[in-house]
Design a protein around this ligand. Structure first.
Ligand code: IPD
Ligand code: CA
Ligand code: CA
Ligand code: CA
Length: 267
């Protein structure tokens, strides 16, 4: 089909852009990297490398896909005329990157008609490159990913994250306090994109978070779905900033209603 050719081209572009940005971040991480600026709160940080990565990706896309639109966390925002829009997180897991921890990634998704059709999440410090193409599966390198056969929720390992809007953190902690006794355990990796890839790869049974943005979840959500996971937001709606849930199908059916009941969302 005509889509197959387009999707293959978009995948190749996304893989190469993520490879280049990942190499820059991994190999050129400055000694004594510090915080360049703060955003919504003093704990919501950006480093010079977030900006350098977004600049590299923006320039690469402008060269090879000049007609496409682009949304990037650090400010890239253009309409485009081709019907394709890129959604880019130049470092997902900036706090981990700042501290020299391993769970950070470059996340690049391509949308057509508002639907994600290609997703790439490259995590160089883990040595992992994940990708998915709509209808063609999710992959870690050459290995096809399948989410984990669902255990009961009580035996599920659940990932989550906390946004950097400080006023919301107490409420997020209350949800964790209520959820923790009802599951096997909880993980907080510090990268929403990798949490979603971990659901895809069977390293988590489920993941939820409130307050994430399209650049955090666009690529990872497609990777999770193509690995057989269910994803969604509040009340049958798609994943959104108010709530993002991804899990093995059996776990999703228990986790999503429980999160609704615990008020794990915001308007
Ligand atoms: C953050 C990470 C983190 C999540 C936050 C995100 P950033 O992205 O994905 O895991 O809990 O909500 O903002 O700022 O490191 O790109
Ligand atoms: Ca950020
Ligand atoms: Ca992010
Ligand atoms: Ca980021």
């Amino acid at each position: 089909t005509p889509e197959t050719g387009l999707y293959t081209e978009l995948l190749d572009v996304a893989l190469e852009a993520a490879r280049r940005a990942g190499a820059l971040l991994h190999e050129e991480r400055p000694e004594g990297l510090g915080v360049a600026a703060t955003k919504t709160s003093p704990i919501d940080v950006v480093t010079e490398m977030d900006l350098a990565s977004e600049k590299l990706i923006t320039a690469y896309l402008a060269e090879f896909r000049p007609e496409d639109g682009l949304l990037g966390e650090e400010g890239a925002n253009s309409e485009g005329s081709s019907g394709v829009r890129w959604v880019v997180d130049p470092i997902d897991g900036t706090v981990n990157y700042l501290y020299g921890r391993q769970d950070w990634a470059v996340s690049i998704a391509a949308e057509t008609a508002g639907e994600t059709v290609v997703g790439v999440v490259a995590a160089p410090a883990r040595g992992h490159v994940y990708h998915a193409v709509r209808g063609a599966g999710a992959w870690l390198g050459g290995e096809r990913l399948r989410c984990r056969p669902a255990p009961p929720l009580a035996e599920s390992l659940i990932g989550t994250g906390f946004g950097y809007v400080r006023e919301r953190r107490e409420a997020q902690a209350e949800v964790v306090a209520r959820l923790l006794p009802q599951v096997r355990d909880i993980r907080r990796s510090g990268s929403a994109a990798l949490d979603l890839c971990d659901v895809a790869a069977g390293r988590l049974d489920g993941y939820y978070e409130r307050g994430t943005h399209a650049w955090d979840y666009a690529a990872g959500e497609l990777i999770a779905r193509e690995a057989g996971a269910l994803t969604g937001g509040r009340a049958g709606r798609p994943v959104g900033p108010d709530l993002a849930v991804a899990a093995s199908p059996g776990v999703f059916d228990e986790l999503q209603p429980l999160l609704e009941a615990l008020g794990a969302w915001h308007d």
